[in-house]
Design a protein around this ligand. Structure first.
Ligand SMILES: Cc1cc2nc3c(=O)[nH]c(=O)nc-3n(C[C@H](O)[C@H](O)[C@H](O)COP(=O)(O)OP(=O)(O)OC[C@H]3O[C@@H](n4cnc5c(N)ncnc54)[C@H](O)[C@@H]3O)c2cc1C
Length: 379
């Protein structure tokens, strides 16, 4: 209905768009996404070459969407998820319309109790296989001898190792945990990577209800191109950003006490924004509160009882994230598959990498797959 209202014939065009997005999703998610990306040659399998024909790797997302829809509002709706892939829709391949298919057709799934329930599920499964966890024990160095990783050095302990799979930020592991003669990639390499965006995050506890909000809310009530340009061109703090508000207490009573709402606010920013200035957080909070008020009629300004921010600099201090990235490398064609940082270290036989900076890429499902891929590589 929304697409028909925005453009005559929009509903049919959307159906067509999503059918073709499904082909891309099926083609990408069956075989290519499971490859370890060790070499270009991996791609030369008849099944993969055939499926690549559906992927539209050479056409940009923006060109693809504009060929099919005239309405600029529809362009924005379809391009918004692309913003999280880390580059302008003019540089992201049309392949990523599969994200629209995943959003609109497969739907958005929410684990009751929140995302951490997924972590707890993993923990239960791997503990049943006899795995031990050492938390709050950052690795400070990897000891290597004659091309083999021998030990992990922790603050007050050293753990001998047969094999290491590093799941922390790739750049951090390589640059901060290994001696410089074992670095695989140069400064020039890292500086020339297109990183996916970082984010300003707010966690708000609000007294009373906010009837106008749904569980998922996208605030498109600001100029889209201006925000995109501050991320991709100006590389500065957005003045009047678009943002996403999750209100999980709408569907999950366990995430807020009765009579309160739980809000998670996400403002995409360019990576590397570490120059926070005074009142920056309050500036964005005021914008978010004002726009929620304008769209829903609910003034929450005096009802916020819990307020916590997580800024791009926190991605660096808490997670050692290169340039404070929140989602790894941007999904451009030149940073895909064998062009990503390698899963197996070139100079250390028993050091492997997994996670959002190596194959297949950023996002919860791809990083879970990344674990599966590295497991099969080791076997
Ligand atoms: C706000 C936000 C919203 C997102 N939304 C979505 C979404 O809707 N859908 C989606 O698919 N994806 C989403 N993502 C992306 C997704 O969460 C990530 O791509 C994914 O979690 C990355 O997993 P990872 O295992 O590579 O890294 P991480 O989950 O970052 O794990 C790396 C771990 O390594 C630890 N570490 C770092 N240094 C060391 C050290 N020296 N020693 C020991 N441990 C160390 C870190 O503390 C961290 O726990 C979102 C991300 C953010 C930040």
């Amino acid at each position: 209905m929304v697409f028909e209202r925005l453009e005559k014939g929009g509903a049919d065009k959307l159906n067509h768009f999503l059918q073709s997005a499904k082909l891309k999703y099926d083609a990408a998610m069956t075989d290519p996404v499971k490859l370890p990306g060790m070499s270009f040659a991996e791609l030369f399998q008849p099944k993969i070459v055939k499926s690549a024909l559906h992927l539209k790797l050479t056409q940009s997302f923006s060109e693809y969407v504009r060929k099919q829809f005239k309405s600029s509002k529809i362009h924005q709706l379809l391009e918004f998820p692309i913003l999280f892939l880390g580059s302008s829709p003019t540089k992201i391949p049309a392949l990523y319309s599969m994200l629209n298919y995943a959003d609109m057709k497969l739907g958005t799934w929410y684990p009751m109790g929140g995302m951490y329930k997924i972590i707890e599920g993993f923990e239960r499964v791997v503990r049943s296989y006899g795995v031990d966890f050492h938390t709050s024990a950052p690795v400070e160095a990897i000891t290597v001898n004659a091309g083999n990783a021998k030990a992990l050095k922790l603050q007050n302990d050293t753990v001998a190792t047969d094999l290491i799979i590093a799941g922390a930020d790739y750049h951090h592991v390589e640059r901060n945990l290994l001696p410089s003669d074992l670095w695989q990639y140069t400064d020039k390499y890292w500086d020339s990577r297109d990183m996916a965006p970082s984010a300003i995050i707010m966690y708000l506890g609000v007294k009373g209800e906010i009837p106008g909000l749904l569980h998922h809310n996208l605030f498109f009530d600001a100029p889209y191109q201006a925000h995109l340009d501050t991320i991709n061109i100006a590389k500065d703090w957005p003045e009047n950003p678009l943002f996403y508000v999750s209100n999980p207490s709408k569907t999950d009573p366990s995430v807020a006490p009765a009579g309160y709402e739980n809000l998670f606010v996400l403002i995409p920013t360019t990576p590397g924004l570490l120059n926070e200035y005074d009142n920056l957080k309050e500036y964005y909070l005021k914008i978010v509160v004002g726009r929620i008020n304008k769209q829903t009629g609910a003034d929450i300004s005096d009802r916020i009882v819990v307020k916590k921010f997580f800024m791009p600099s926190d991605f660096v201090s808490d997670y050692n994230a290169f340039k404070g990235n929140a989602y790894g490398l941007a999904n451009t064609l030149m940073q895909t598959h064998f062009l990503k940082p390698r899963m197996k270290h070139k100079k250390i036989n028993n050091l492997f990498f997994t996670g959002q900076l190596t194959v297949p890429g950023p996002g919860v499902p791809p990083t879970i797959l990344s674990g599966e891929i590295v497991a099969s590589l080791i076997k």
